[in-house]
Design a protein around this ligand. Structure first.
Ligand code: MV4
Length: 448
């Protein structure tokens, strides 16, 4: 078992990992930038090392400094959290060379699943449903021919992209040449990989993702799904589990397909397979995230599994044992609100000093926070300051508890998007579970 883990991250997820370390009796090392010297994760970890200036490329992404910090503190593993270095296969490889365990899948698995054309090929081999689409496009002429076969509209995506970056909708044959050239250029400059592919475009999809956990002894668990359709510009705002659009039959069928794919590819650790659901309710695989996700708590609430603790145990080579995790054993409903330091109407970041802070409580309420009263939210990083998660016996109870929790949450001195969350939870369509990727836009335009 690990004696000491270095956490290569900041904010609420660094706090979440420190909590799991404490629970497991593992010492923790925080790293931080000069802008984060007074951050909560620095105060809560057993040790802390400053790795560079505010600019993330010189601190939280500074690989030599981070490896050196692990060596001087005698850490035996590195937890990357999400974002930053969490999906960097080169970093995972370097950790291994330095005899540090990277808490995540192997570098090879990160490459296989991180490249979207390669992930599509794996999904196809194991019978995970895919939209009609292509391999890497060889030329604009190839793209035109394939688009005819798939049928317009199609969407061109960068193989090295992800999370909505590097995508281009193509509605007519006349747009193919220009789209192919631009997509290829953007893929090259954005992801250092010019490869693009295309697939059928779904106009109004839901985003539904499945959580998996695998140990190094052939144990694989699928822990249900999360509904993440409430997003703005590919930034998720509110997530829930289970999805109002799923049932146990579907859940068990998808879970079994995913379980066998994960088992047979030898994938280990936590992972999330992201799907689109089309207007007819069919699910199609999009991409896999090979890390812990921001929205993991909603899965923890309905399954009762401590995902981060299990992720650490799996990386240490422990045999995982969980109670019954078949869909019929999941309990109730959980919803998460991402509380951001931003203007609730314009979405402009709103960093600054938090002058007053009171976090909510109550039955079924959980707050994962990275801030405190007196902390100055830096402008250099993403604007997430806390997550409020409510669990209930059913969706209506989760919503009721979440509303109360949001009303209690006092964050003074900065603007936050709490009013947007309150408006969303008053919206009849949100209350009915009729949500799509256009819901936030509509609620904002209606004013609140
Ligand atoms: C799509 C799509 C429509 N058709 N693929 C955005 C995130 C990335 N992982 C996949 N994304 C999309 N892929 C096809 N074939 C629409 C989106 C999309 C989207 C998906 C889920 C939630 C919000 C979205 C917002 C814009 C576009």
């Amino acid at each position: 078992m690990f004696q000491k883990i270095l956490i290569a991250n900041r904010g609420e997820i660094a706090m979440r990992v420190i909590r799991a370390c404490r629970l497991l009796g593992i010492r923790s090392v925080a790293i931080h930038s000069e802008a984060d010297a007074a951050a909560l994760h620095v105060r809560f970890a057993d040790e802390a090392v400053c790795v560079g200036p505010a600019d993330a490329s010189k601190s939280y992404l500074n690989i030599p400094q981070i490896i050196a910090a692990a060596e001087v503190t005698g850490a035996d593993a590195i937890h990357p959290g999400y974002g930053f270095l969490s999906e960097n296969a080169k970093f995972a490889e370097l950790c291994k060379k330095c005899r540090l365990t990277f808490i995540g899948p192997s570098a090879e698995a990160m490459r296989t699943w991180g490249d979207k054309v390669s992930a599509r090929a794996v999904a196809k081999r194991f019978g995970i449903p895919l939209l009609s689409g292509t391999d890497v496009l060889k030329s604009a002429a190839d793209a035109a021919e394939q688009a005819e076969r798939v049928g317009y509209p199609v969407i061109m995506k960068a193989s090295g992209g992800g999370g909505g970056r590097g995508m281009r909708i193509v509605r007519h044959a006349g747009e193919v040449q220009r789209s192919f050239d631009l997509a290829t250029q953007e893929a090259m400059s954005g992801f250092k990989n010019p490869d693009v592919y295309l697939e059928r475009y779904v106009e109004s999809p839901r985003h539904i993702e499945f959580q998996v956990l695998a140990d190094q002894h052939g144990g694989v668990w699928t822990l249900g799904e999360r509904e993440c359709s409430l997003q703005r510009r590919h930034q998720k705002v509110m997530e829930e589990s289970p999805s109002p659009a799923m049932d146990n039959e579907k859940r068990a069928r998808m879970g079994e397909i995913i379980r066998s794919a994960i088992l047979e590819t030898g994938y280990t650790g936590l992972g999330t397979l992201e799907f689109l659901m089309d207007e007819r309710g069919e699910l199609y695989f999009m991409e896999m995230n090979t890390r812990v996700q921001v929205e993991h708590p909603v899965t923890e609430m309905v399954t009762g599994v401590d995902l981060v603790a299990q992720q650490i145990l799996a990386a240490a080579g422990e045999r995982i044992s969980l109670p019954d995790t078949r869909p019929w054993s999941f309990r109730g409903h959980a919803i998460e609100c991402r509380v951001n330091a931003e203007d609730p109407r314009t979405f402009a970041p709103w960093p600054g000093l938090i002058t007053e802070y009171h976090s909510p409580g109550g039955v079924g309420v959980r707050v994962d926070s990275g801030v405190y009263g007196g902390f100055r939210v830096p402008s250099s990083y993403d604007s997430l300051v806390a997550k409020v998660i409510a669990h209930g016996a059913n969706r209506a109870e989760a919503i009721a508890r979440l509303r109360c929790a949001l009303d209690e949450f006092i964050i003074g001195g900065i603007r936050t998007n709490i009013p947007l969350h309150q408006a969303l939870l008053r919206d009849p369509d949100v209350i009915a579970g009729n949500i799509s990727t256009h819901t936030i836009e509509r609620v904002v335009s209606q004013g609140f």
